[in-house]
Design a protein around this ligand. Structure first.
Ligand code: NAP
Length: 328
């Protein structure tokens, strides 16, 4: 039985990756941080399922604490390690740039060193981001597009990307980076715009909320489905050779497109409920047009996104309506 270690196991992607690996008969270990309030909602269905008692384990640890990483890696000796943990929000990275760098950049060095010190043979996946292209020099972007991050989050992910590659070439480690474009799901954190929209619609329908406040609704994104993207992560570690891949849908939609689609599913006119809030604009503007060219992943990994934009909107809305006791 293969063993996997997921850092960020209780995040959106970590929870879907856990589902996938358990389905594939892995023993799954996850690192979680100590918190004063519960953070296991996204893996609750696994934790509470006694079928997984012998195959799903949680360990306390933190990317800012090298010893905790060494301890878990030496104890578990995983065949595969997936680092999905990060301070993952761009606008927050302007408020806490030092912390963002400590966790999302230096944390990767701590992890790679922990693997080296433990002297285990393992395969390593690093979650990187389209934000490493910053203001992209070309559209769509591919694995050779110029790297030019424009916010602290993007800089931290570029550091992570480069260190993952340096440890691959220097120590011969089986390291892969996924340059991930936006991916959503019903498990997306509530402070991301897509989830904010679907959650608000559910609250508007149940009269718990009157309006939805948003920033730049013309902002465009290459949106995929998280469940499809974790499959690409797994596929990268099943190859004979380690490499880096763009993981993207290749299509862009605006926040307005998302609004129109989501509100139309409940027969409401979005313009009656959406209000502009200047404070929600990105601090340094939002001028990047991220569109990924995932043809390398398509060719080498035989991966392609399965879930359409419309399906993503529907799945997210259905889940939020359900939690408010409403059905579509
Ligand atoms: P997410 O839902 O925000 O999950 C982040 C995870 O990282 C959480 O489990 C969080 O734990 C954990 N974490 C944060 N700081 C940590 C620390 N110091 N030590 C250990 N764990 C820590 O993010 P996601 O959407 O699943 O994304 C997964 C990865 O892909 C991230 O690295 C993200 O930057 C990257 N990415 C995501 C997207 C996207 O659209 N989703 C796009 C590009 C790249 P807590 O619950 O304790 O906070």
């Amino acid at each position: 039985m293969k063993k996997a270690l997921i850092i960020g196991v209780n995040g959106q992607d970590g929870s879907y990756l856990s589902d996938l690996l358990l389905e594939k008969d892995y023993e799954v270990h996850g690192i979680i941080r100590r918190s004063s309030s519960p953070t296991l909602a996204r893996v609750r269905h696994i934790v509470d399922n006694c079928e997984f008692d012998e195959r799903f384990f949680l360990h306390f640890g933190d990317l800012s604490d090298a010893l905790s990483l060494i301890k878990v890696i030496e104890e578990v000796r995983p065949d595969e390690i997936y680092n999905l943990a990060a301070q993952s929000q761009v606008y927050v990275s302007f408020d806490i740039p030092e912390y963002t760098g400590d966790v999302s950049a230096l944390g990767v060095t701590r992890l790679l060193e922990a693997i080296n010190i433990s002297q285990i043979k393992t395969k390593y996946f690093q979650a990187c981001s389209s934000e490493i292209f910053g203001k992209p020099s070309e559209t769509p972007q591919n694995e050779n597009t110029r790297l030019n991050p424009v916010n602290p989050y993007g800089v931290s992910k570029l550091y992570a990307y480069l260190m993952t590659s340096v440890y691959r070439s220097t120590y011969g480690m089986f390291n892969c980076s996924g340059i991930l474009y936006n991916h959503e799901s019903p498990r997306r954190a509530e402070n991301f715009v897509t989830r904010k929209i679907t959650k608000s619609i559910a609250k508007i329908l149940t009269k718990k909320q009157d309006f939805l406040y948003l920033g730049n609704i013309e902002s465009k994104r290459d949106w995929g489905f998280a469940k499809d993207y974790v499959e690409a992560m797994w596929l990268m570690l099943q190859q004979d050779k380690p490499d880096d891949y763009i993981i993207a849908s290749g299509q862009t939609y605006s926040v307005k497109d998302f609004l129109v689609e989501a509100f139309s599913l409940v027969n409401l006119d979005w313009q009656k409920y959406v209000k502009f809030d200047q404070r929600l604009l990105r601090p340094k503007g939002d001028f990047s047009l991220f569109v990924g060219d995932a043809s390398k992943a398509r060719k080498v990994l035989n991966w392609k996104p399965k879930t359409s934009f419309k399906e993503i909107v529907r799945l997210m809305l259905e889940a939020d309506l359900k939690s408010e006791g409403v059905s579509l």
